[in-house]
Write a protein of this length. Structure first.
Length: 626
């Protein structure tokens, strides 16, 4: 790839930046000149500060509002500030955003809970390979397909004569790559905003303040939902739009086919990368490792977007060249000949919106002040006969100073005021919903909430697992019950298929001189590295041997799964240097008079109600029959 073909040292939308540097503002807001991006940069910094504050203060309503709406709202205001919203029919922008919202909401409602249910079961606890492939890659890949579906559908509608197509066609009658970027990024951001709202909505029912959650987990969630996911989605959707709207120039020669292929491959690679992080999410790595992986993927996709924009701006069909006519370049603020690229700074003329170009080429073209060849006198700056004017130097034109309408830049107060109103309104609505929907603390009254004697299948009637080395045995659920059973050398894994779901493991491992407490802590760290200790189970016994038990909680992080809280219960005892372990995990479900065993209990795990008889059925080698 030659430097002439790519021009890697000067990005077409910001010539002072290299193409292979992940600058965020110029990548997501390419149709704004550098100085006009400053309010957007500051607002993004404030949004990041808001995300961090919501995590530190444990305020889920604020975190959801900023994470879901922060970047999408900023992109909408970018369209307004750059004039890009006037390049495309409003109906096409509305269709892209609305279809993205509907698809994002429907997608999470269909599969978000399914993915979360398996994300709560790390591979070390029995996640099968087909679950890893399905929930870790295939389902996220289908989600990426739905995310870009509005962009593809709109492009196909533009190709169909008659019908709705005339209302969707570009107003200028031309097709530009950055129009496709606008459609693709807008649809993707609408999809992710709706998906984030739907995924995190269960947090509203936990109260105004998430007292139980660790701050580290909230910070990771804030970065994923509010930074990496929307940026990657906007970049991937924008790249698909660029590839679909790209129209090669007539002078492309041998590069024309290669350019289109490169744009398609970059868009496909971005979608694959965005989906592939699902594999990282589901294998249960520590949250910090997951965060580093997501940030790395985001940087790679952002670089892909810059490559896609640069290639399209260099090789697409350009506006007619009028070298004898002056044109104000909004990037370097020099008056230059009207060409495809500014001869002063190198910015692509098509890096600005069609609305901007029409204004700068129309009745308000720059005019040279007194002393030019024609002897014309330009309107003085600030004249009431037209828009406010300013003076600009010329470059590659007859020497002199030129007068042109003053460049309009978005004001920081305009941007922050409107963005802040939207975010605060969403946060207030979510906070009000939290006050209304948070359930009250359950109170037990005896009678009638006195519980009842435990009943169930006698343990002697259940099948029994014998370890290959004869060191222990244990009973496990019978075939045909609400469990899927898998036996291994170390023990039994029973996946609960009814109710809330969950997994129960009954296994052994060498104690190697460790205490039951050390063994339990090591198992929790191995399966859920970021779990938060809840409480110790008093007088825990395994196989009628005094041991140790604890309850912990984890909030699995994922870019695609719905919010969930996982309850972890582990009990272990040691005898003959063999540790027997009962391990259960599943969705947290608070016990109360209307759910649970009846009497008060802090287990808050449905599967825990059934595991007692299996825990007591453990026997070490040499134990008397019972």
């Amino acid at each position: 790839m030659s430097s002439v073909w790519l021009r890697s040292k000067a990005f077409g939308a910001e010539p002072s930046e290299g193409v292979l540097r992940p600058y965020l503002a110029s990548s997501l807001f390419p149709q704004l000149p550098g100085r006009s991006r400053t309010p957007f940069r500051v607002t993004m910094i404030l949004a990041a500060a808001g995300l961090l504050m919501s995590a530190i203060l444990r305020l889920p309503a604020l975190g959801i509002a900023v994470g879901a709406l922060g970047l999408p709202l900023l992109f909408v205001f970018y369209l307004r500030a750059s004039g890009a919203d006037r390049d495309l029919p409003r109906v096409s922008l509305i269709l892209a955003a609305l279809s993205g919202v509907l698809l994002g909401t429907a997608w999470v409602l269909l599969v978000g809970h399914v993915i979360a249910r398996n994300y709560g079961v790390p591979m070390a606890v029995g996640l099968a390979l087909h679950h890893l492939v399905r929930e870790g890659f295939i389902i996220p890949m289908v989600g990426m397909g739905l995310m870009v579906l509005p962009t593809v559908a709109l492009r196909l509608l533009l190709m169909v004569p008659g019908g709705f197509a005339p209302a969707l066609r570009e107003r200028s009658g031309s097709r530009e790559s950055l129009d496709g970027f606008v459609i693709g990024a807008l649809a993707a951001l609408a999809f992710t905003a709706a998906a984030t709202f739907t995924r995190l909505a269960p947090q509203v029912t936990t109260g105004l303040i998430a007292h139980a959650r660790p701050v580290k987990g909230l910070v990771v969630e804030a970065v994923l939902r509010g930074v990496t996911v929307p940026i990657t989605a906007a970049a991937a959707g924008g790249m698909v739009g660029v590839a679909l709207w790209f129209r090669p120039g007539h002078g492309g020669g041998e590069h024309r086919g290669r350019v289109r292929l490169m744009l398609v491959l970059l868009g496909a690679a971005a979608l694959l990368t965005h989906a592939a992080v699902g594999v990282i999410d589901i294998v249960g790595v520590p949250q910090v490792t997951m965060l580093v992986a997501h940030i790395t993927m985001t940087v790679l996709v952002l670089l892909g977007l810059r490559l896609s924009l640069q290639i399209a701006l260099l090789h697409e069909s350009h506006d007619p060249i009028a070298q004898d006519q002056p044109l104000l370049c909004p990037y370097c603020e020099m008056v230059v000949p009207d060409m495809a690229f500014c001869p002063s700074c190198g910015a692509a003329t098509r890096a600005s919106s069609q609305e901007s170009r029409r204004g700068r080429r129309g009745a308000f073209r720059p005019q040279r002040l007194a002393g030019d060849a024609s002897g014309r006198q330009a309107t003085a700056p600030g004249s009431p006969d037209g828009p406010p004017e300013d003076l600009y130097p010329g470059y590659a034109l007859p020497s002199g100073t030129y007068a042109a309408p003053e460049l309009r830049r978005p004001r920081f107060s305009w941007l922050l005021g409107r963005w802040g109103i939207g975010i605060n309104a969403a946060a207030v609505v979510l906070a009000a919903a939290a006050l209304v929907l948070t359930p009250a603390i359950a109170h037990y009254l005896c009678p009638p909430d006195c519980g009842k004697p435990p009943t169930g299948t006698p343990v002697m009637a259940l099948p029994r697992f014998e370890s290959p080395d004869g060191s222990f045995s244990v009973s496990y659920p019978a075939p045909g019950s609400a469990y899927t059973i898998r036996t291994e050398k170390a023990g039994v894994a029973a996946t609960y298929t009814g109710g809330d779901g969950g997994v129960m493991q009954l296994f052994s491992e060498p104690a190697k001189g460790r205490s039951p407490k050390q063994i339990a802590a090591a198992i929790v760290r191995r399966t859920y590295p970021d779990a938060k200790f809840g409480y110790e189970i008093p007088n825990a016994m395994v196989g009628y041997q005094l041991g140790y038990g604890e309850v912990a909680d984890d909030w699995p992080q994922s870019a695609t799964a719905s919010y969930s809280r996982v309850r972890i219960l582990v009990m272990t005892a040691v005898k003959n240097d063999v540790a027997l372990v009962a391990f259960a995990t599943g969705p947290y479900h608070a016990f109360g008079p209307d759910f649970g065993p009846g009497p008060p209990s802090g287990a808050n795990l449905e599967i825990a109600q059934d595991m007692g008889k299996y825990v007591n059925s453990f026997q070490w080698s040499g134990d008397p029959a019972r």
